[in-house]
Write a protein that binds this ligand. Structure first.
Ligand SMILES: Nc1nc2c(c(=O)[nH]1)N[C@H]1C(S)=C(S)[C@@H](COP(=O)(O)O)O[C@H]1N2
Ligand SMILES: [Mo]
Length: 410
């Protein structure tokens, strides 16, 4: 783990490789831990204030990992030659290298994702994820099966054997049987640990066609809205990709008794809608994309709801009003738009997603959507819209997210 030693000339190649190996192992471990924190949905609510800091740390460790690799790269041929007779080691090296290159390239694109169109970030995130799904379990497996205690199982038994007798590398040889058993065992244990998160991840990429979601969503609200025909195929109802559900609190649950939406602050007329009143309001349909600042996107989502502009104008906007503040019923999350931004016509207080009531996890029964901005602006479980004079800083902006949330405009 000491780079100064690593670069000292008097060390021979083999020793340098071992040093490189160990330092990279530690960096990899740090990357896995910080990467897992960034990926895991539970950590959102546990450490929201250090999230951006952990992201930067993750990026910097990645950069540090590139440095020894750059010194190694010109020597790679020499290394491969020393492994000429070791087919397994060569294969191992190629695999590790492919994974590293994929991780670094996609990590680079994700770091600078604002310079690229969103589909680049979606792809980069996909590649970054898949390379991690292969790389992380493999690295753990590698460090277990190459560790001293693991190899001792075989070696001790080996020395009991007669020295003349060549060791048969064969499953019938009991030494290898035992090792193979241990390898399979640790492989399976690792697979079992990763499987639940992996399936959850992969399901978000599988098509949702044929999935029988109830129109009612999972909120018990009555009456049900009558969906606009445009919310269903052929015009609507065909989103591509799926959401990663994010929340910084427990998911709030709603009934007719506890759901309402208030519009107040600098308005001529305060409004307080209950569910049956809100369902009566005239809704529009739009098809738009949804981009999270962490890289994933969902495309062609059909939202049905009330344009924010209409709701605000219904209440009458006072001249002093300069900003609009959105509150979530989770009691914690807020965000804000300038009044000018809030008047953009695709901003919607949405009630239906692809023709169905929005599920609780997804922010239902009513959430804000701001398609042209990163989704941290799209407040879920919206229950209050307040017109204010002075700027408000939203939940994630207060914790390091950019106040400029435009996806393509800066
Ligand atoms: N109330 C609330 N709204 C929220 C969030 C949240 O944690 N709480 N997360 C935001 C972020 S960062 C994103 S990407 C989207 C995620 O929406 P989804 O959970 O429906 O995928 O919701 C946004 N709105
Ligand atoms: Mo997000």
């Amino acid at each position: 783990m000491n780079y100064r030693l690593f670069f000292q000339k008097k060390l021979n190649f083999g020793k340098r490789l071992i040093r490189l190996h160990h330092s990279n192992a530690i960096l990899f471990l740090l990357l896995s831990v910080t990467g897992f924190i960034l990926f895991s949905s539970s950590f959102r609510s546990i450490f929201p204030s250090v999230r951006v800091w952990i992201r930067d740390l993750h990026i910097w460790i990645g950069v540090i990992l590139c440095l020894p690799l750059m010194f190694y790269l010109p020597k790679m041929n020499k290394h491969l030659k020393t492994l000429q007779k070791k087919e397994n080691n060569r294969r191992n090296l190629y695999l590790i290298f492919t994974i590293l290159i994929l991780l670094i390239a996609s990590g680079f694109l994700l770091t600078f994702h604002r310079q690229f169109p969103p589909y680049i970030s979606s792809w980069s995130l996909f590649v970054h994820d898949i390379a991690t799904w292969i790389g992380a379990p493999y690295a753990i497996y590698h460090s277990i099966t190459r560790s001293k205690w693991f190899n001792r199982f075989g070696k001790e038994k080996q020395s009991e054997k007669s020295l003349q007798e060549p060791i048969i590398i064969d499953d019938r040889n009991p030494i290898y049987k035992r090792r193979t058993f241990l390898k399979v065992l640790s492989g399976s244990l690792i697979a079992i640990t990763f499987l639940p998160t992996f399936t959850k991840w992969i399901r978000s990429y599988l098509p949702t066609i044929g999935e029988t979601e109830a129109l009612t969503g999972d909120n018990q609200l009555k009456p049900l809205p009558e969906p606009n025909p445009n919310s269903s195929p052929p015009i609507g109802g065909g989103r591509k990709g799926d959401f990663r559900y994010y929340t910084v609190t427990e998911v709030p649950k709603f009934t007719n008794e506890n759901w309402n939406l208030t519009i107040d602050g600098l308005v001529e007329q305060k409004k307080h809608y209950n569910w049956s009143e809100f369902v009566q309001l005239q809704r529009d349909v739009q098809v738009s994309d949804f981009h999270c600042v962490t890289g994933w996107s969902v495309y062609d989502i059909t939202w049905e709801g009330i344009p924010l502009k209409k709701l605000l104008e219904n209440s009458g906007i006072k001249k002093e009003a300069k900003f609009v503040k959105f509150y979530s019923a989770d009691g914690v999350y807020t965000d804000t738009l300038s009044l000018k931004q809030a008047m953009e016509k695709d901003i919607m207080v949405a009630m239906l997603l692809d023709g169905k009531l929005i599920n609780q996890q997804n922010g239902g029964p009513v959430r804000l959507i701001v398609p042209k901005m990163y989704a941290y602006k799209s407040v879920k479980w919206l229950n209050r819209i307040e017109l204010i004079r002075d700027k408000h800083i939203g939940y994630w902006e207060e914790r390091g997210y950019s106040e400029n949330a435009w996806v393509e405009k800066t």
